[in-house]
Design a protein around this ligand. Structure first.
Ligand SMILES: Cc1ncc(COP(=O)(O)O)c(C=O)c1O
Length: 430
């Protein structure tokens, strides 16, 4: 090539939830075994069947011509109306303040990419990797973060947030993921109010990723941003990948709150809308179907039964892991993930499925310097055939990993816990 095609900041681009799969697939092939994939938060690929009533609605609306047309750049009007009436709040949001995207993945990139390069968004650590990577790629250097504290049920460190906002006036926004991926925590109202107060006092806006807002366990209170935001500008991110669940639809939206309260915020939002207009619109079909899925008479019971299943899995996993030495685990309050911290994690080996697997891993570890928990997760795949995502892959400095609670088969789930438990014990002993 006449010029170098690789951006100078290319090393910042990563998505460990899927990258770990590439290694897992090679190990599977070399070892001749089937991996248990515990890495990705897709209920459908984990084996949950899509109910017939959802398929029937989809069939009904795919037969209509309007599903084949472009739609408004902001999104299909009936979907925006439905979102406003059911998930949002007309005290802080209007129908024109709801923008649909091809999944929150796209929304996250548009939100970060349309900010001036020098301004920063404070993201949690650990975090959903797309946020951290988008923040880093936008700034051209490492993302900036505040800690979630495992010793306080993964609640945000409010003092750190305040200090980082106070002493860095390039910080313009605070990102909160609630309910949280990867930790499964659901934040107390009081915690969220304090974060909003920090944003108010330092003239920042808020980004609340609330894609899991329907996914809290029995008796857990969910506080939505629109209930407490007051007059601070903010964005709530939601979508249909998790609660419906239709991740393959690539359909998510942003609710903009208090757009008119701040001139600079309003102009920035206009940039996001213009960027969307350049692409014309997001895919029409899932937007047309969305109101009919959420308002179907079977929906609430369907969601409740899924949540019950995840909570049962969470209890089973926490009971299993809580007595294993070197492991710290917090019981999730929602979502379908579990994070295990691996305390003082050494670098070790586990017995690999065969020689080819061992040689491949040795070679890989020689070529790439990885953190302790990545090494553990490779050894876990090579030895027990279970794929999880290392916690440092979520922009954390804490060693550990995230597994899902999506396994449909009781026996396979119990076996998976046992395999992981044995691997941890062996790893610390060798
Ligand atoms: C916190 C969080 N935000 C956003 C997304 C991405 O959602 P989408 O499928 O709409 O791109 C995910 C997916 O796992 C997520 O966990």
């Amino acid at each position: 090539m006449r010029q170098n095609l690789l951006r100078a900041d290319s090393a910042l681009l990563s998505y460990p939830i899927r990258e770990v799969v590439l290694i897992g697939k090679q190990l599977e092939q070399l070892g001749g075994f089937s991996m248990i994939w515990e890495n990705i938060g897709d209920p459908v690929s984990a084996g949950e069947s899509v109910p017939n009533w959802m398929k029937e609605i989809t069939q009904e609306y795919i037969a209509k011509d309007e599903s084949f047309a472009y739609t408004d750049s902001r999104g299909f009007i009936d979907a925006r109306r439905f979102v406003l009436d059911n998930f949002s709040n007309d005290k802080v949001c209007t129908i024109d303040d709801i923008l649909f995207f091809n999944g929150l993945g796209e929304a996250i990139n548009k939100i970060l990419n349309n900010l001036p390069r020098e301004v920063r968004v404070l993201v949690p650590s650990p975090t959903y990797p797309s946020h951290a990577t988008a923040e880093a790629m936008h700034a051209g250097c490492d993302f900036i973060s505040y800690s979630l504290n495992p010793e306080n049920d993964w609640e945000p460190d409010l003092e750190e947030i305040e200090n980082k906002v106070k002493y860095n006036d390039h910080v313009v926004a605070i990102l909160v993921i609630n309910p949280n991926n990867p930790t499964g925590s659901v934040y107390k109202r009081e915690t969220l109010e304090k974060i909003i107060d920090i944003a108010r006092r330092y003239d920042c806006f808020l980004i609340f990723d609330e894609i899991y807002h329907h996914m809290t366990f029995d008796g857990v209170e969910m506080t939505l941003l629109h209930e407490i935001i007051g007059d601070v500008p903010g964005l709530s991110l939601k979508g249909i990948s998790k609660d419906i669940p239709w991740p393959g639809s690539r359909c998510g939206w942003v609710e903009i709150y208090n757009a008119e309260k701040d001139e600079s915020f309003r102009d920035y939002i206009k940039m996001i809308l213009l960027a969307k207009m350049l692409e014309v619109c997001s895919t029409t079909l899932p937007q047309v179907i969305l109101p009919h899925l959420y308002s179907h008479p079977n929906y609430n019971n369907y969601l409740a039964s899924r949540l019950k299943k995840y909570e049962k899995r969470a209890n089973e996993a926490v009971d299993f892991f809580k007595n294993i030495p070197h492991v710290r685990v917090n019981k999730p309050k929602g979502v379908f993930y579990l994070v295990l911290e691996l305390l003082n994690l050494p670098r070790n080996q586990l017995s690999a499925k065969n020689k080819a697997v061992r040689l491949f891993l040795d070679d890989l570890l020689k070529q790439t310097k990885v953190s302790e928990d990545f090494q553990f997760s490779y050894e876990l795949m090579a030895s027990k055939g279970v794929c999880v995502v290392p916690l440092t892959g979520f922009g954390s400095t804490i060693n550990g990993f995230r597994m899902t609670l999506l396994q449909e088969n009781d026996t396979v789930f119990t076996q998976t816990l046992e395999k992981i438990g044995t691997a941890i014990s062996e790893y610390y002993q060798t």
